[in-house]
Design a protein around this ligand. Sequence first.
Ligand SMILES: [Ca+2]
Ligand SMILES: [Ca+2]
Length: 211
Amino acid sequence: MVLRKLMGIFAITLMVGAASFATAGVPDLDLSTAGRAYAGPETAVMFNIPNGGGSAFTSAAIVGGTVDATITLTLLDGAGVPIANFPFEDAWIESADSGMAACTGGATSDANTNASGVTNWVTPLQAGGSSEALTVVMISGAALTSGAGLAISHNSADINGDGNVNLTDVPLFAGDFYGGVYAFRSDFAFDNAVNLSDVVRLAQALGASCP
Ligand SMILES: [Ca+2]
Ligand SMILES: [Ca+2]
């Protein structure tokens, strides 16, 4: 009888152990959080170049200046325990409408998570395309559910998002420059106008490609 009780307790202990083992170290998309350093109301704009020569998150644009749009991800498992050393390759950002077109591996976090489960996006993305939708943090291909996303928009001299800044992007820019209707995708030096400062950024980025 005592033996049967002991066996029962042993079995329950095994089951509980297995259950906690199943969620330990597995990211919980609702408990994990992502935030933007700049707490102001403006959307921060990233100017991206496929070769990584665009804006760092620490110098994202708002009208009239730059702000620190560094993204901080805190990765927790189902028990609220920080997940350390989570591979940076498996944490990346996307636009909610997929308009920002990252090179392969071009939008991952900067490093594996630290002992507190934290990693950041500071260094420039390798990306083209444009989007005014929210920026969403993806964990192994699934979006965080703890928030709708971050107010960070993206544009790029690689307007068509094919991974190269070349002569196929120039007519698109020219159309926006002369079009008379404001086009965010070509407002590289973000100030709500497409003008000569944006031409300069396009010219400087010509020839850049995904690594
Ligand atoms: Ca292009
Ligand atoms: Ca501009």
